[in-house]
Write a protein that binds this ligand. Sequence first.
Ligand SMILES: Cc1cc2nc3c(=O)[nH]c(=O)nc-3n(C[C@H](O)[C@H](O)[C@H](O)COP(=O)(O)OP(=O)(O)OC[C@H]3O[C@@H](n4cnc5c(N)ncnc54)[C@H](O)[C@@H]3O)c2cc1C
Length: 440
Amino acid sequence: MPNLDIDNQGFAQSLWSATATAPAEFPTLEGVEKADVAIVGGGFTGLSTALHLAERGVSVTVLEAREPGFGASGRNGGQIIAGFKHNEVPVGPGLDPDRAARMDRFGDGTAQFTFDLISRLGIDCDAKQGGWAQGAHGDVAMRAIERKAEILGRRGVDLEILSAAETERRLGTNWYPGSLWDPRGGTLQPLNYARGLAEGARKAGATIFTESPVTTVAREGRGWKLTTASGGSVIAEKALFCTNGYSDLFNPIPSLSKSVIPFFSYQIATAPLSDNILKTLLADGVGVSEFRRLLGYFRVDAQGRFIMGARGASDGSMEPPSFDFARARIKQLFPALAEQRMDYFWNGKVAITMDYLPRLIDQGEGLHAAVGWNGRGVAVTTASGPVLADWMMGTSPKELPLPVTPPRPIRFHGLKRKVSSVVALWYDHLDKKERSKPAA
Ligand SMILES: Cc1cc2nc3c(=O)[nH]c(=O)nc-3n(C[C@H](O)[C@H](O)[C@H](O)COP(=O)(O)OP(=O)(O)OC[C@H]3O[C@@H](n4cnc5c(N)ncnc54)[C@H](O)[C@@H]3O)c2cc1C
């Protein structure tokens, strides 16, 4: 069951909350408002969609339960990564080869779209295109990243395979036998980015309400009435839910909450490090995720803190043992940092789908959702804003680069949520089996 206290704590304790610029003030919804499009959720997905709708002259209202960036958007690793989890989006039901290829091309451009948007809006969020690396943990992983470089190369994306020595030089750890280098990626301060997007959307004409969780959704004439716990309502022709891993927090559409599996990811950050230590680490602006199934992801922030993210407790617990996995990853990859003081401990929820692809869901009669970003959302959600705006403005789903599907709640949803810790043990076993050391 979702626990608002845990979600509040995870947000309040984050490094990004501590270092972000002060939030702008937005009103809380009390009366009755009207809009062409109502968006539920003020993360990157909802805010980028609102921005692009408002820029095209559509009247749009965003209803956010807490504040912009309260969900994964304001507490993630801040790594800007191009594309989806797949090297090539797999062909399958609703995904013919042409559509899959369009999705790949769309994914390929998402990191650059994000950097361009940040610079167009002038958002001050420490965005740096320093590159993104994927560390390989052994021979099997090396072959997989080589295959990835080859596949993306055929699409015109230039990725580099780094040797163990070059990986050590760029990432500051000698643990990997090699890595994949993607120059399109980079890092940012995610909460400042969410706040900047909200400000950009407001300036473009969007109306944003905070502390306004939607609790009920009902048909009203030819549109929808969204009622909030703050005592107000919005009547809109169309509604788009962008609630991702937080869809069950207030659960206004239970079938939507069952379209994704929420999964906690944990992060820890050191105190700012000395220049002597920093010069041995990866540069500020470089993001790294591992190829391992139980992956760690790491970077340095603009003030020289080292940040590691990894799995933790499946129930979202903020007790110290929940952060053991991230601590162990630091010790394994960067033994010299293991004794550093850790200043920040926080978590957030990603939304997983069974095929690791996002869902644009047509609930019928103008009720829509865009969820399931699978822990890869900074760039992809941002770049989906104009796509979702097109969809809300009546573009046929066939014309969109992302497929639109009917609601399909995940079968045995409750069970799948529960077995995630058993699956993690199995993944850990496979990762260890595949481990091989860099050549001396
Ligand atoms: C710890 C962590 C680390 C990550 N690291 C990275 C990374 O480095 N790089 C990367 O690309 N991706 C990363 N991700 C994934 C990325 O952050 C997400 O995919 C992305 O932020 C999703 O954005 P969103 O707008 O769809 O959802 P969210 O940002 O989760 O926003 C959903 C919003 O909906 C609101 N909401 C929910 N219910 C209601 C309601 N009933 N009424 C009103 N509002 C409601 C919530 O308050 C929340 O603000 C990470 C995620 C986590 C959790």
